[in-house]
Design a protein. Structure first.
Length: 388
């Protein structure tokens, strides 16, 4: 192999993934070397691996791609959803080592190595996904340094569970800042007048986005529809949020279990009824908790770009991009909260609204990136809410 002299790698090309149920997969290493534990999950998207790698919501997780060939269009400077890779490992059936795309500047192998993420290829990802679907998502260890099966399984069993951990503190910004840019020009033809063009005159709304590990395509969408966007850390209090005098408050996606995040729920509770609120994914779950709801863990989660969701109001089915392992129960929500969207695979709650407070939450990703654009209209709904 032709490696630069300042980035030596050992000759060890073997990597192992051990699950807490005792299953061990042996494959070929790519990317970095080392050892990490995480919750092992799978994503069914055919493309979008770069957006997945940079989605901060994967903090604490080892992500398996079900599509069998990954890396074929390389890595580019535009398709990133945050400034770093927060996931704990990346698993695929076959890594493409010769990417071909006019935008590609780097191979996936080099990108993972540069960002200290271990990749494993050449394992039976169908068997792994069947295991996760049957047993549920579980903790695993991915290693290139310890190749002893019994030792790895013991480590997987001793590693902490994702439930009950605060994982947003690792990925949120430290201070407030203005968001600078709209959507990438390649995405502009996807933007429809109803979702992004203001019909409320020339008013520029000011949105404060509470960032729990926000995917960048969300503030890009808000900016694209003419909003000024101020991003504040996920620890912000209601007082700090209101000090910016916003027209609306956005609650971002983010990693892990929403239940330990009392401080975030408290802030949202203090904001209810004071400003229009729109939450996506973790933001939706936190809004649900603030409205008296309960969170439960899904057996293996929804991760992919092909999840069917029914909009109960219009009867329209949207194909959506998703990444979540927890969900809001529809049973215990405060009076006045209605369930607006339902997942058609398992009937779980995908959207809620409290008309009186002017607040709504969506469990999936209307910003797509990567994924279908069926749900862009939700940004327009937020704008309408701010106009009223
Ligand atoms: N993408 C997200 O915001 C994920 C929400 C939450 N961490 C979950 O897994 O359910």
């Amino acid at each position: 192999m032709n490696q630069p002299a300042n980035n030596p790698i050992s000759n060890n090309q073997t990597a192992k993934l051990a699950l807490s149920d005792g299953t061990v997969f042996t494959g070929t290493r790519f990317g970095a070397e080392g050892e990490y534990f995480g919750e092992v999950v799978f994503n069914t998207s055919l493309t979008g691996y770069q957006e997945i790698l940079t989605d901060p919501s994967y903090n604490g997780q080892i992500v398996t791609m079900t599509y069998p060939l990954i890396g074929n269009y390389g890595i580019n400077a535009d398709d990133i959803e945050s400034g770093r890779l927060s996931l704990r490992g990346f698993v695929c059936k076959e890594l493409c080592r010769e990417p071909s795309n006019f935008r590609s500047t780097q191979s996936l192998d080099d990108y993972l190595r540069a960002n200290n993420v271990i990749g494993i290829e050449g394992i039976d990802t169908r068997a792994l996904v069947r295991r996760i679907r049957t047993e549920g998502a579980m903790t695993g260890v991915l290693s290139t340094v310890d190749l002893d099966d019994a030792s790895l399984v013991a480590k997987a069993q001793q590693s902490p569970d994702i439930v009950g951990q605060d994982l947003i503190k690792d990925v949120m910004p430290e201070s407030a800042a203005d968001w600078p840019t709209g959507l990438h020009e390649m995405l502009l033809d996807q933007v429809t007048p109803s979702s992004h063009q203001s019909n409320e005159g020339d008013k520029d709304f000011h949105v404060v986005a509470i960032d729990y590990g926000m995917k960048w395509n969300i503030p890009r969408h808000l900016k694209q529809m003419g909003c000024q966007v101020t991003v504040v850390p996920g620890t912000a209090t209601a007082e700090e949020v209101l000090s910016h005098n916003p027209d609306g408050v956005f609650l971002s996606n983010g990693p892990g279990d929403p239940r330990p995040l009392d401080y975030a729920v408290g802030t949202i509770r203090d904001l209810l009824g004071k400003k229009p609120i729109f939450g996506i994914c973790l933001g939706h779950q936190l809004l649900g908790l603030a409205l008296g709801g309960e969170i439960f863990k899904l057996k293996f989660g929804h991760r992919g770009a092909n999840q069917p969701v029914l909009n109960k109001e219009t009867g329209r089915v949207e194909i959506t991009s998703q990444n979540h392992g927890f969900a809001l129960s529809g049973e215990t929500l405060a009076e006045g909260t209605e369930v607006t969207h339902i997942n058609l695979n398992d009937q779980t709650v995908e959207g809620i609204r409290h008309e009186g407070y002017g607040a709504f939450g969506i469990q999936y990703h209307p910003e797509a990136s990567a994924g279908p654009h069926d749900s862009h209209y939700l940004f327009g709904e937020f704008r309408k809410m701010m106009a009223n």
